[in-house]
Design a protein around this ligand. Structure first.
Ligand SMILES: Nc1nc2c(c(=O)[nH]1)N[C@H]1C(S)=C(S)[C@@H](COP(=O)(O)OP(=O)(O)OC[C@H]3O[C@@H](n4cnc5c(=O)[nH]c(N)nc54)[C@H](O)[C@@H]3O)O[C@H]1N2
Ligand SMILES: Nc1nc2c(c(=O)[nH]1)N[C@H]1C(S)=C(S)[C@@H](COP(=O)(O)OP(=O)(O)OC[C@H]3O[C@@H](n4cnc5c(=O)[nH]c(N)nc54)[C@H](O)[C@@H]3O)O[C@H]1N2
Ligand SMILES: [Mo]
Length: 757
């Protein structure tokens, strides 16, 4: 089996990750550039690491980055280029045959290019001509609601603020973003439960907590700097409980790449108790812990639950308790695959801890019951008042480095009325009130011809979204698709009749505008707003910054009908921040405060135990155990990230911690299921999903027996996105169920005849 066994397997992290980071950056950048950019990363005055949204500690080490952060910057700072000559050599149809990995490896986009209607080739175009054409098409639509403006979470606060302003002056709230596929379930559930859709803990809380629960998250790969916080917590005696269908290696044992002691000792044990739940079993698992907790309270009445907190600060406790009582141990064990005894152990850890943090990521959010998962986390925390005091609280760990900031800046298809009012006052405008399309609605609208133009500020919409065939058909029905990007990807090739690519500066690059050098700002996962400034020479003199590109589009689309001095704002980003300060609560005096070392923390009422829910109290919720009926031969599949990718950007074909190398078209299965299905390790198989009467198939995957619960399967995102039905999502957050896809596995129809990856 590939699964490393706790003690014998080498720990995650360690020398391997340090070496891998250095090797890769040297190869892509050369030694001098690599040292330069890596030593700046996450330092005061340097670029914010585009790798993830984990915050920077107050005391930074000289190397405040991880292996995967190093991959991300090396990838952006590469010396390879994709210019007009490249497109002269390759038609769009030809490029479509290439793998996602190959496309991104070609280097940085250097010039604006356009693909006219009927043509199969991109050609150079001037910035002015590109903007003018976008203006013509968007103004020519029957209604502004026929245009869609997507955002990926790497966009800075300044660019995001201008973008939503432009889109709302144009007249629509069609602002879907990657959050719709990511932590939307967290935002939805937390807003219901505690009145704010964000976490309440800061990095300092990790230094004070007595227990940390990590659910549905693989921080060793996706938030490696979180491992330093977990390791430090563990070393001072904090207990760690992990809930995951996979015994992710870094959660078991981790060695800090910069600690010689760790390297010698073979790492630090991280998890005290591992609950290996079934995929989708988290409501049941959390219910198990809660049920065991009520039993403890029954034995020592008044001593286990925080009755004072429950009485003073919450609502809905009685109904919640009744639901816990109603749920039987049999149901809990059946739905989660974990025993009552394990839940009693988890409850004992929880009850013994004065302060508890719960962290989670996509393993909880990307389900048909993603919101219920997160609500149940909130229930568990509320039982002992683990919110709004030091060392305790909910901690959704965000993905993209500024995904949280983009939302704060108004990138949202359902803006709050107060936000629109503030825009109206500051810019003398009448913002559109009608809710816009989220990601799923955007795909459906394009597919149905209700939307005809698609603009994307970063990201890789064609690949990151569910139901690849359906989504591609949707994009192809557009009249115009526009992509603002750093690197070539499939979204540039799956186009509308006409397509325009606008190349932008990356985070690591110098941004000089009319009034001189500029910096941008981002908000991390813990609501800290801070600066990010690049220092490298831009990949091409033609590149423009994201704020400048948004302003250029706005000028061309809105013409004289705009109250915004776009050029003036872009000449000096302090002016954009002055406007943000007037519109967005918590950003008062932004320009002064963001220049302080470490930036500033946004205020949070929930942190002070003020719950801005309609009732003014934190809300317990009642969540039925989700039922996923699997017919004979069916399995529940999650799509996950390997150690060698950033979302749709594939760096390589290895997944070091899971012991897989050289292949991403793999399906992980429990060895007993492999046998029962009559398959063998290494066999080539096709995977299919049958949802809502539609069959979806991906071909030629390799079977890898793995330590995961029975009837569970795992594949990599995005190779298996074609199996994820566009209409299978959480009803509340509308997050696609990327982690609960019902599939069947069958021997490959045409072994060896591989489709392009
Ligand atoms: N290097 C690197 N860093 C990244 C990214 C990247 O691609 N590469 N992506 C960034 C982004 S946008 C995001 S959102 C984050 C994603 O960070 P993660 O959420 O850690 O990423 P996933 O690989 O989707 O991992 C999901 C984890 O959830 C578990 N899981 C799946 N289903 C279930 C379930 O039903 N219950 C439970 N309890 N667990 C489950 C899986 O086994 C896996 O460990 O990382 C960010 N950081
Ligand atoms: N099956 C499955 N699907 C998933 C997920 C899953 O777990 N399983 N996870 C979902 C999640 S959590 C997320 S967040 C989405 C991610 O969805 P997206 O954010 O849309 O996708 P990314 O792969 O992060 O985008 C990569 C592209 O961004 C561009 N880029 C990189 N840096 C910059 C920059 O500085 N500026 C600009 N303008 N462009 C830049 C590059 O051209 C690169 O090709 O995918 C979702 N899709
Ligand atoms: Mo994400």
């Amino acid at each position: 089996m590939n699964e490393p066994r706790d003690r014998r397997a080498p720990p995650a992290g360690g020398l391997g990750s340090a070496l891998s980071a250095l090797r890769r950056s040297r190869r892509e950048l050369g030694v001098t550039r690599a040292v330069k950019v890596l030593s700046w990363l996450n330092q005061e005055g340097g670029p914010d690491c585009p790798g993830c949204a984990w915050p920077d500690p107050a005391e930074r080490s000289p190397a405040e980055f991880c292996e995967n952060g190093a991959k991300a910057v090396a990838h952006e700072a590469t010396r390879r280029r994709v210019g007009p000559e490249f497109f002269a050599r390759h038609t769009v149809s030809e490029l479509l045959e290439r793998s996602d990995h190959w496309l991104e490896q070609q280097g940085r986009l250097t010039h604006p290019v356009a693909k006219p209607k009927g043509s199969d080739r991109y050609e150079a175009i001037s910035w002015d001509a590109a903007f003018a054409r976008i203006g013509e098409v968007l103004r020519g639509l029957d209604s502004p609601d026929q245009a869609i403006f997507y955002t990926s979470g790497r966009t800075s606060n300044e660019a995001a603020f201008l973008y939503q302003l432009f889109v709302r002056q144009f007249g629509t709230n069609n602002l879907p973003d990657c959050s719709n596929m990511c932590h939307e379930s967290s935002s939805t559930a937390l807003a219901e439960a505690i009145g704010v859709g964000k976490g309440t803990v800061g990095l300092a809380d990790f230094e004070r907590s007595d227990a940390i629960f990590v659910l549905g998250q693989n921080p060793g790969t996706n938030h490696p700097r979180m491992m330093s916080a977990l390791r430090a917590a563990k070393k001072r005696g904090c207990r760690i409980v992990s809930i995951n269908p996979l015994r992710e290696r870094a959660l078991v044992r981790f060695s800090h790449p910069q600690s010689p002691g760790d390297l010698l000792r073979g790492g630090t044990e991280i998890t005290d108790l591992f609950l290996q739940v079934r995929i989708g079993g988290d409501v049941a698992a959390l219910r198990g812990i809660e049920k065991a907790l009520f039993a403890l309270e029954g034995r020592s009445p008044g001593r286990v639950l925080d009755w004072h907190f429950i009485r003073e600060h919450t609502r809905g406790f009685d109904a919640f308790r009744a639901e816990v009582e109603r749920t039987s141990w049999g149901e809990i064990e059946e739905a989660s695959g974990v025993s009552k005894r394990a839940y009693e152990a988890a409850a004992a850890i929880y009850a013994a801890a004065e302060r508890v943090i719960a962290c989670w990521a996509m393993g909880l959010t990307q389900h048909r019951h993603g919101v219920a998962n997160v609500r149940e986390v909130a229930n568990l925390l509320l039982l002992r008042g683990n919110i709004g005091r030091p060392g305790a609280g909910p901690c959704p760990v965000r993905g993209h480095s500024n995904v949280q900031g983009d939302r704060t800046m108004g990138i949202c298809e359902r803006p709050k009325p107060e936000f629109l009012d503030a825009l109206a006052r500051e810019f003398y405008m009448v913002p559109p009130q009608k809710p816009g399309f989220d990601t799923v609605a955007a795909i459906e609208a394009m597919h149905a011809g209700r939307a005809r133009a698609f603009v994307s500020l970063g990201g890789n919409f064609a690949v990151a979204t569910p139901d690849s065939a359906f989504t591609h058909a949707a994009l192809r029905r557009c009249q115009l698709t526009v992509q603002i990007s750093t690197k070539l990807n499939r979204s540039h090739l799956v186009t509308g009749d006409e397509a325009i690519l606008l190349p932008c500066l990356g985070r690591t690059e110098r941004d000089v505008q009319a009034n001189g050098p500029q910096f941008v700002t981002v908000e991390d996962s813990m609501s800290v707003v801070h600066r990010s400034r690049g220092g490298l020479e831009p990949a091409s003199p033609q590149l423009r910054s994201e704020p400048a590109i948004v302003a250029g589009m706005a000028r061309a689309v809105l013409g004289s009908g705009t109250s915004v001095p776009w050029e003036e704002l872009v000449a000096n980003y302090d002016r954009i921040r002055d406007r943000i300060a007037k519109v967005v609560p918590g950003f008062e005096n932004m320009n002064r405060r963001v220049r302080r070392p470490g930036g500033f923390v946004l205020p949070s009422a929930a942190r002070q135990r003020r719950f801005e829910t309609p009732s003014g109290k934190a809300e317990f919720s009642v969540n039925a155990l989700p039922q996923t009926e699997l017919a004979r031969g069916e399995l529940l599949m999650m799509t996950i990230r390997s150690h060698d990718q950033f979302n749709t950007t594939i760096y390589g074909f290895d997944d070091r911690y899971r012991g897989v190398s050289g292949d991403r078209r793999v399906v992980f299965l429990n060895p007993d299921d492999v046998e029962q299905l009559g398959l063998a390790a290494g066999q080539r198989v096709d995977l299919s999903s049958h949802f809502g009467g539609t069959a979806r198939v991906v071909r030629d995957f390799r079977v890898v027996p793995f330590d995961l619960p029975r009837r569970c399967a795992a594949t990599y995102f995005p190779e298996a996105n074609a199996l994820v039905p566009v209409d299978s999502y959480d009803a509340g957050s509308r997050t696609p169920a990327f982690k609960s896809v019902v599939i069947r596995v069958a021997p490959a129809a045409a072994p060896g005849g591989r489709a392009p990856a």
